[in-house]
Design a protein around this ligand. Structure first.
Ligand SMILES: [Fe+2]
Length: 155
């Protein structure tokens, strides 16, 4: 029943700070014991809850800064995650099965969310950067053409 998360390079969202936060969430989930051994899991869950909320705040702030058009969809998904996490942890996590359900929920949600939703803002920011660099290439080209023309005409 072992359930442990291993980070992979292709989980990146192109932002080292947000990548580190995603890793942090999963490391916290890894701290949850595999079996109900009497350890108090509440403090880990509370820590996780706080950390996830902070992460969503930073992620949404970044999305605003790049004018990401799907921000309200993301906000809704984030709210749903918090609600679901609340629901699952509202009852004591005191059996192997409940621990497994909680860990699986966190891993599945986060990996799916990173791979299908967060990747959209990664893609969007890459396209924006490309457009910006094309624009600057075009203006460099114009300057270049002018320099050549000016030399040719001797102006
Ligand atoms: Fe997200």
């Amino acid at each position: 029943m072992g359930l442990k998360f291993v980070w992979e390079e292709n989980y990146t969202v192109g932002n080292p700070k947000l990548d580190d936060q995603h890793k942090g969430i999963l490391e916290m989930a890894n701290q949850l014991p595999e079996v109900a051994d009497g350890r108090d899991t509440r403090s880990i869950i509370m820590q996780l809850y706080k950390y996830v909320r902070e992460h969503f705040f930073h992620e949404e702030k970044m999305m605003k800064s790049i004018n990401f058009p799907l921000i309200s969809e993301q906000q809704l998904l984030h709210e749903n995650f918090i609600t679901e996490l609340n629901n699952i942890s509202s009852e004591p996590i005191d059996s192997d099965e409940r621990l497994h359900t909680l860990k699986k929920f966190i891993y599945d949600w986060l990996i799916n969310h990173i791979m299908y939703e967060d990747k959209k803002y990664f893609q969007f920011s890459r396209e924006q950067a490309k457009t910006a660099s094309n624009k600057s290439d075009a203006s460099d080209g114009k300057k270049q053409r002018c320099a050549t023309k000016c030399k040719i005409t001797g102006i």
